[in-house]
Design a protein around this ligand. Structure first.
Ligand code: SOE
Length: 401
């Protein structure tokens, strides 16, 4: 039996975590919880108390592999444990609402993977439950981890400081290619009843949240196209990497979600945005790129070069002006004071460490973590407007408030 992972700050009061789910996001979040207390000076000591999954053998192996002290096979048991303070939900979207609402009712703090839910209605119920729980001192966060890349956090700081001036454009793409092979099986991410949507909710949710976070304002409306390129896929087949869940059964099944979504948007300030989310960008593995253009300058970020932020200071005289690369590894850059000396970069996994750090501090201080469930609900409303617009041949669709 693995011992509870303890940070070196053993004197601090524990924050005992119970996780539901143990696939890709379960592994990434586990890494965050295991590492955060060893890097950051935290007010509470994260303890990996229990992990939950339906398959007893698989979740036992996951507990041993990822350092969880106990394994459960029923999330209802997990959320009732009196040695769990925080429930971390790393399951497909169809279970987010039920687990989060029950965990909040059981007196727990909650971290829920993105997208918050599979529908606006579910997200509304979750946001209401989080607001009521806040009154009881319980906190809830949704896991839009790309806000916690030091370079995007620096971009947010620079936009908020006014370095870009009035914002005119945000253009953001999130490109993957794991569905290009039509023989890739019909896993849960391709079934609406489990995933809620396809690229739109999986990748589009990230870029909508990131665009609104960096712009510092919500979208007011969108015009959209979506497409499902391969509508039928094999039910069975082993898959590697993204989803360990192989399909089951023989023959083929219907893909019931979008494969790609392209949409434009208008922010409340009038700034314009363009978005692309696809799993068919052959050769692009996990390519998230964003650029913001303002009256006084521009910023650009590429997840494939995540230790860098490209900045153009439009106030520089023409002879010296140009895009320059900021290496985001200095101690006064977000999160970096706890890591390595300048020039020693970080990676994708560290966004989950930073997510855990910020949540632990919010819980210790009793302050609302960001992004909140209300932020997650707003993203859900944008996704719903995208689908509504796409169904009406890209008619501009306002975002319901
Ligand atoms: C999809 O392939 C995925 O795993 C997303 O679900 C994650 O949120 C993203 O961080 C990586 O890609």
């Amino acid at each position: 039996m693995a011992q509870p992972q303890q940070s070196e700050e053993a004197g601090k009061p524990p924050l005992r975590v119970g996780m539901v789910g143990y696939a890709f996001m379960g592994a990434a979040h586990s890494q965050g919880w295991r590492t955060v207390g060893r890097v950051f000076d935290l007010p509470r000591r994260p303890v990996l108390t229990a992990i939950c999954g339906r398959n007893a053998d698989a979740v036992r192996r996951a507990a041993d592999r990822h350092g969880w002290a106990a394994a459960e096979t029923d999330w209802r048991t997990l959320i009732e444990r009196d040695d769990v303070d925080l429930v971390d939900i790393c399951t497909p979207g169809d279970s987010h609402a039920e687990i989060a609402v029950a965990a909040l009712a059981a007196g727990k703090h909650v971290l829920c993977e993105k997208p918050l839910a599979n529908t606006v209605e579910e997200a509304q119920v979750m946001a209401r439950a989080a607001e009521e729980a806040y009154g009881r001192g319980q906190l809830a966060m949704v896991g839009f981890n790309y806000r916690r890349v030091p370079a995007t956090a620096l971009a947010h700081r620079m936009v908020a400081e006014g370095r870009l001036g009035t914002l005119r454009h945000v253009r953001v793409t999130y490109l993957q290619d794991w569905l290009v092979d039509p023989e890739f099986p019909l896993t849960w991410r391709l079934r609406r009843e489990l995933a809620g949507s396809g690229s739109l909710g999986d990748l589009g949710a990230h870029i909508v949240d990131l665009a609104q976070y960096l712009a510092g304002e919500p979208l007011a409306g969108v015009s959209a196209l979506t497409e499902t390129f391969v509508r039928e896929r094999p039910l069975a087949g082993a898959v590697k990497g993204l989803s360990a869940v192989s399909g089951t059964g023989t023959g083929t099944g219907q893909v019931t979600v979008d494969d790609a979504a392209l949409f434009t948007g208008r922010f409340t300030s009038g700034a314009l945005a363009s978005f692309e989310a696809t799993r068919y960008a052959t050769g692009r593995k996990n390519s998230l790129r964003i650029e913001l253009n303002g009256e006084r300058g521009s910023l650009a970020f590429d997840l494939e070069r995540l230790n860098e932020l490209v900045y153009h200071d439009g106030t520089e005289p023409g002879a010296h002006a140009g895009f320059r690369r900021i290496l985001v590894t200095e101690p006064d850059h977000p999160y970096l004071d706890a890591w390595w000396p300048p020039g020693h970069g970080l990676g994708y996994e560290h966004t989950f460490v930073h997510q855990a750090r910020d949540l632990v501090h919010a819980i210790a201080e009793g302050s609302r973590p960001e992004p909140s469930f209300a932020d997650g609900l707003q993203v859900q409303r944008v996704l719903a407007a995208v689908e509504e617009s796409a169904e009406k041949n890209s008619v501009y669709t306002p975002i319901a408030v």
